[in-house]
Design a protein around this ligand. Structure first.
Ligand code: F3S
Length: 397
C-alpha cells in the first residue's frame, strides 16, 4: 500500500505505540483487500462495547491502546450492556456493571465520546453526503451509506478503533464509487407504512438477497419514508441480508446517480409482506416484555410513546431504548416524566439485544424486525412484531 509520509511515521511508531498498532491493523486490512492507499475519515462509530462481548481479553486490548492512544476524529460508541445511570432499575448485575464501566473508562481515556448509541446520526455524529467515515454497527453503516450517502465499510470493533486513533481507513469496498451501484432490482408493489412494516420489508428483501448472493438492492415503488422508517429498514435489511448499502428511488440520495440494475428483477407483493409479517410473530407467545427503540429511538418516537402512555399504567416490563442525548431532550420536554409515571423505563446507552438479559423474559413485543431476530437467536425469547401503538397497548394490557 502507498502510505503518505505521515502515515509511514505512524507505522514507524513516531506517534506512539497505540497509533503504530492501529496503523499496522489498517495496513494489514488494506493489503488483504488490495487497497492502494489510505483515506482520511471524518468520524468513527465503534461497536463491540458491551462487556458481555469483550470480556477480559477485549478489555486488556482496550487498556493497552488507552496507554497513549487518542481519538483523532469524532468518535462515538455503539450501545453498551447497560444504562450507565439506570442499570439497577433494569436488573443488571453489579459485577457486570463494574466491568462495563471499566470498558467505558478505557474508551473515555482515549478521548472517545462515551455516548453509546446505534443511531449516532441522531445525536451529532452526522457526516454529510460523500464524506468518508469508518463506522461499525450494521444498521448505522447501512443508514450512513444509503440514507446519508456518506461512504463507509462495515468495520469491526478493532478496525474502527484503529481508524479513530489514526484518522484513516484503507480505501477499498464502499469507499470506491465503482462498488456502490445497485445489483438487483426490487419493485415494491404494495404500500409500506410504519417502522414495523419497513422492518418486515427489510426482512423480505434481506432473505431474497441471501438467495441471490447479491448485496446492493435497488428499490422502487416506495413513495415516502420517514427517518424512523428508514432506520428500521436499515437495521432489518442489514440483519437479514447483510446489506451495507441500498438505493431507494426518489428517497435515497445516490439512487439517481447509478443506473437501475436490469440483470435481475424481483417483485415484492402483498403476499410476500404478509408472509414476512407472519414469520415475525410466534403464535404461542406469552408476553412479559415490551421494548421500543431498535435502532435507538428518536425524540419523535419517544414523544409518540409518551402520548400513548399518558395517564396509563404498564403491566409488563417496558423499555424505551435510546441514546443518552435523546433521553436528555425527552427529560426537558416532559416525556420522561409521563413515561416513568406510567411505569415504563428508559434504557439509555443499551438495548434489549446487547443487555445481558438472556432467558430473563419469555416473550417480547417490539416494532423492530432486527430485535425479533436477535430476541430469538441470542436471548431465546418468543417474539412478536407490532406497531408502536400496539406495543404500548400490549404493555398496558
Ligand atoms: Fe441498536 Fe441494539 Fe437494535 S444496537 S440496532 S437497538 S439491536
Amino acid at each position: 500500500m502507498k502510505l503518505t509520509s505521515k502515515e509511514q511515521d505512524m507505522l514507524d511508531g513516531k506517534y506512539g505505540k497505540a497509533t503504530q498498532k492501529s496503523m499496522e491493523i489498517l495496513a494489514t486490512l488494506g493489503d488483504i483487500y488490495e487497497a492502494e492507499e489510505m483515506i482520511e475519515i471524518k468520524s468513527v462509530q465503534i461497536s463491540g462495547v458491551s462487556y458481555a462481548n469483550l470480556d477480559e481479553a477485549g478489555l486488556d486490548f482496550l487498556n493497552e491502546m488507552a496507554i497513549d492512544g487518542k481519538a483523532r476524529v469524532l468518535t462515538t460508541l455503539n450501545p453498551a450492556g447497560m444504562d450507565r445511570d439506570n442499570w439497577q432499575a433494569l436488573g443488571i448485575d453489579e459485577n457486570f456493571a463494574m466491568n462495563q464501566n471499566r470498558v467505558i473508562d478505557a474508551f473515555a481515556k482515549m478521548g472517545v465520546i462515551t455516548t453509546c448509541t446505534c443511531t449516532p446520526y441522531l445525536i451529532g455524529n452526522l457526516p454529510h453526503y460523500g464524506q468518508h467515515v469508518a463506522w461499525a454497527e450494521s444498521s448505522a453503516v447501512c443508514f450512513c451509506n444509503s440514507v446519508i450517502g456518506a461512504y463507509t465499510n462495515r468495520e469491526g470493533g478493532p478496525s474502527a478503533l484503529a481508524s479513530s486513533l489514526t484518522g484513516r481507513t484503507p480505501k477499498y469496498g464502499y469507499h470506491l464509487e465503482e462498488n456502490r451501484h445497485g445489483e438487483i432490482l426490487f419493485e415494491i408493489k404494495t404500500p409500506i407504512k410504519g417502522t414495523n412494516m419497513f422492518g418486515v420489508l427489510g426482512k423480505v428483501i434481506g432473505d431474497k438477497l441471501g438467495e441471490y448472493k447479491k448485496k446492493i438492492p435497488y428499490i422502487t415503488g416506495i413513495s415516502k419514508a420517514t427517518v424512523e422508517e428508514l432506520k428500521s429498514f436499515c437495521a432489518s435489511v442489514a440483519t437479514y441480508g447483510g446489506t451495507a448499502l441500498f438505493h431507494m428511488e426518489n428517497i435515497t440520495p445516490e439512487a439517481s446517480k447509478y443506473p437501475i440494475p436490469t440483470e435481475k428483477k424481483i417483485e415484492i407483493n402483498t403476499k410476500d409482506i404478509e408472509r414476512g409479517l407472519t414469520e415475525l410473530i410466534d403464535e404461542d407467545i406469552e408476553v412479559d416484555f415490551v421494548s421500543i427503540g431498535c435502532p435507538h429511538a428518536s425524540i419523535e418516537e419517544i414523544s409518540q410513546v409518551a402520548k400513548l402512555l399518558e395517564g396509563k399504567k404498564v403491566t409488563k416490563e417496558f423499555w424505551i431504548t435510546t441514546g443518552r442525548p435523546t433521553k436528555k431532550i425527552a427529560d426537558e420536554a416532559g416525556y420522561t416524566k409521563i413515561i416513568e409515571e406510567a411505569g415504563a423505563k428508559f434504557a439509555a446507552d443499551t438495548c434489549c439485544v446487547v443487555a445481558p438479559i438472556k432467558g430473563r423474559f419469555k416473550g417480547i413485543v417490539v416494532d423492530s424486525a432486527k430485535a425479533c431476530y436477535y430476541g430469538r437467536a441470542k436471548n431465546k425469547f418468543k417474539v412478536k412484531i407490532a406497531t408502536i401503538e400496539d406495543c404500548v397497548n400490549e404493555a398496558i394490557k
